[in-house]
Design a binder for this molecule. Sequence first.
Ligand code: ZN
Length: 560
Amino acid sequence: MDAPRFSELAVETPDLPAVEAEYAEIAAAIERHARGDGLHDAVRRWDALRTRLETWLSLARVHFTQDTRDAAARRERERADELAPRFQGLDVGVMRALLAEPRRSALSGLVGDQALALWECAVAAFDPVIEEDKVREAKLAAEYTELMASAALPVNGEVCNHETIYRFLEDPDRAVRREAQRVRWAWFAEHGERLDAIYDALVRLRHGMGRKLGHVDYLPMAYQQMLRIDYGAEDVARYRDAVREHVVPLAAELRARQARRLGVDRLVFWDEFVMDPAGNPKPAGDRAWMVERARELFSAVGGGLREFFDAMVERDLLDLDAREGKAPGGYCDFFGAYRVPFIFASFSGTKRDAEVFTHEMGHAFQVWSSRDAFPFDVIWPSMDACEIHSMSLEFLSAPYMELFFGDDAERFRRLHLEQSLLFLPYGVAVDHFQHLVHERPEASPAERHALWQEVERRYLPWRDYGDLPRLPGGGLWQGQLHIYTSPFYYIDYTLAGVCALQYAAWAERDRAEALDSYVALCHRGGTAPFQALARGAGLESPLDPGCLERVVAHARTALG
Ligand code: ZN
């Protein structure tokens, strides 16, 4: 890897008039050339410019999440939030020009059909009339992130944030985990009005954007934004029904079994996070220890993961320590100008550390594998396919979890499988909720809370919140970052999760073959849409009739 260390990565803050002038030159070159080298050169120049601007946006956002209290980082991120929609507007202008014949036909050999289809999506989902709305949307989403990051939650004599509190939410002592939930949801109750107001503003804004683009509501725009090319809202609705039919009964059985294991006659929300009375397995060391063990782990997985991981460590491209002021969540980003990924997480000393670690490494390995793809648009696939790489690596690395958990590894594997199944109903509930919200954008915050209760009854019928604040009235969704910051993203995790469960089953039959397919899928990057990528890798599309039934049947056998 011939790239500098993370601290040395820097892209100058773009100057909008200068960027606009560069785009104008590119547009003029496209205007002059209908085909041939002249057109190709213009497209390459545009691609290099986008790569530079995207790298700046990524760095600005990464620096802010690393310390949300840093005033300079905040200013840079605010600048990024303002400029991103301007860049998007400029890109859409170029795409529109390239998609018009005869240029479109002249380009299919250079950029491929998938890039052309992605540009069509991007053009459909954006118009200069919504540019100001996009800026406001980013501000509102950042308001949510900052509010969440500001939480100081006192539990057991320690002050936690929404990430580090997980340790106590999983505490084997029922009184401790109950208190941790109480503190967490009392915080949501205290900030409930503000959380409602931010979401209300987001829903109305997003609905308005959909209308400005000529749709009845936000839905079509949301699907285009998520770059869903080979399926639509009806497929997703059928899929949610299949989850309800095949996964919800299994999940209810798993919850009943969990209650028996924990020895409680009533499984209350604070019990759900603890899968057995010994408590959840914990990694046997801290972050530095885990990074050391991870070398061995990725060596054992094979497929080039060890070499890649070493390069990430050497270049300091992992930020895994929990720190005050750090934004919640874990993610992987990519700095195209340097052709390197970056991983962000806040380790909390729980089994989640191992999960987040292998998850984000899956993303990073994929984007690294396809970093030379052209154009820029097809380096990453759409998010549904991206999450296959991450969630599948969680399963493909599971056979080596002795390295993190020692004798507890078998228990970790079992819990990981159970939780992957239990996740599916929750994931579709988050998706269904957003559909219902956007079908009735004028609903009041109280009505939205009632909608959440409706989807909870449908997909999570075992839910019992006891005497916790905020939750019995339908407040759980406010802890789900994606609803605020990445609308309609959530279903992607469940679609990819079903693919990952297929990889888990495949690896049981033939580990080498499953890994080969996985590595090849990573190398394909975003050169095809979701279902085509899944089928091309030898998996069934989760949207195919019967797929969920088969995946559930296999999981039942695996769980005995
Ligand atoms: Zn992910």
